[in-house]
Ligand binder design. Structure first.
Ligand code: NAD
Ligand code: GLY
Length: 367
């Protein structure tokens, strides 16, 4: 293969970039970086889990294209998405003699993408970033749109930037080594796109969820392509999340609180978002925004996907307090993304506590 055609373009003027989505694409990484005119040095950032599978082919492909590759390995885990590890990566970038044309390549899930992306955004006031997402969540969400960040002891993603990648390379075959739990968690973000943006896509998921869960290459490539295309459209309209990009936070208000209250140890992000989407659906029905039958379709699809829809043993009042406290700390108001129909959502602020608590009680067991 001498040329590879991109699947989608994110149109952001001088910051536009292509997304390549294709099985077995990793072997063409070097060619794509070369085509983009980047180099000659590359800092490849990964973790031992992902690196154990894909570092050798990635490095081989880059070197075959004449690029000089330095590898930085970050331990596996959300706790390493930190300023301390960003600082270690600055050292690695200096040692690799990265200049303004030399890219940081993020090979991993959302943690590696966000951390390496943050380093790319800040080192030398910004160097090119290449995203090679390896989880479903990263392939459909975090690698596209330019949000990069590290965590602060007082909250997730509090230190960050908008730094669009120079290119995104998505190889669905890489998902074959991902644990089933991580894969299913990523499906929550996939379903989210159907609810907020595209009712036909939601119906397609209802029809093909079994094949998607079996990682059927044709289905999963189509699913990833549709998700990236929706995300690209949203980011093109609202790169900095002043408007329509907020819709991507469906399920996240409650989801973040569930993750925080359980110390980020119990639920994967997508699992917490799935429960959050159930709450958003119940609220939307109670408010008369949404048909009960659509809410039931969402809950059925989440169930068939194997996502959790309830949580045991958590006080709904504490969940609500945590959501309100977080927003106060950040000087914001509590805003809810709620579905209006399958394929359309809206934002509402300051819902009455008793209404929210009623929905929260329905997803909390033992209370
Ligand atoms: P992750 O990066 O921690 O990956 C999950 C696990 O899967 C890790 O243990 C990882 O080593 C392993 N893994 C990754 N790819 C693999 C593969 N192909 N085969 C085998 N194992 C593999 O988690 P995630 O869910 O991808 O990302 C979560 C992070 O993404 C959070 O920090 C979150 O804040 C961030 N995020 C960012 C955005 C954004 O827009 N920037 C959006 C959503 C989430
Ligand atoms: N993951 C939400 C966003 O990119 O805006």
């Amino acid at each position: 293969m001498n040329t590879v055609k991109y699947s989608l373009m994110v149109n952001l003027g001088s910051k536009s970039y292509p997304i390549y989505i294709q099985a077995e694409l990793l072997e063409h990484l070097g060619l794509l970086v070369q085509q983009t005119g980047l180099g000659p040095n590359v800092l490849l950032v990964t973790n031992p889990t992902v690196g154990g599978y894909y570092l050798v082919p990635a490095q081989r492909s880059l070197e075959a294209a004449g690029l000089r590759v330095s590898v930085a390995t970050v331990p596996d885990g959300e706790e390493y998405k930190s300023l301390e590890w960003a600082s270690r990566l600055y050292d690695a970038a200096l040692e690799a003699r990265l200049d303004r044309r030399s890219p940081v390549v993020a090979l991993g899930g959302g943690v590696i993408g966000d951390l390496a992306g943050f380093v790319a955004a800040t080192y030398l006031r910004g160097v090119p970033l290449i995203q090679i997402p390896t989880t479903l969540l990263a392939q459909v969400d975090s690698s596209v749109g330019g949000k990069v960040a590290v965590n602060h002891p007082r909250g997730k993603n509090l230190i960050g930037a908008f730094h669009q990648p120079a290119l995104v390379l998505i190889d669905p075959v890489l998902l074959r080594t991902l644990s089933q739990r991580e894969y299913i968690a990523g499906m929550a973000e996939v379903i989210k796109y159907g609810v907020i943006w595209d009712g036909d896509f939601f119906a397609y998921l209802e029809q093909e969820i079994a094949r998607a869960l079996q990682l059927d290459t044709e289905v999963i490539t189509r699913v990833i392509t549709r998700c990236c295309s929706i995300k690209a459209k949203i980011v093109e309209q609202d790169e900095r999340e002043y408007g329509v990009r907020t819709l991507l936070n469906l399920g996240h208000t409650v989801g973040h609180a569930i993750e925080a209250i359980t110390g980020y140890q119990v639920y994967r992000h997508g699992e917490a978002v799935a429960i959050g989407m159930v709450v958003a659906g119940l609220l939307a029905v109670d408010l008369g925004w949404w048909e009960k039958s659509d809410c039931e379709r969402l809950n059925q699809l989440l169930t068939r996907t194997g996502l959790p829809m309830t949580i045991p043993g958590i006080d709904p009042n504490r969940l609500l307090e945590l959501m309100q406290h977080d927003k106060k700390v950040l000087n914001g108001t509590l805003r809810w993304v709620l579905p209006r129909k399958l394929g359309e959502a809206g934002v509402v602020s300051q819902l009455p506590d008793d209404l929210v608590l009623r929905s929260l009680r329905r997803i909390v067991l033992d209370h």
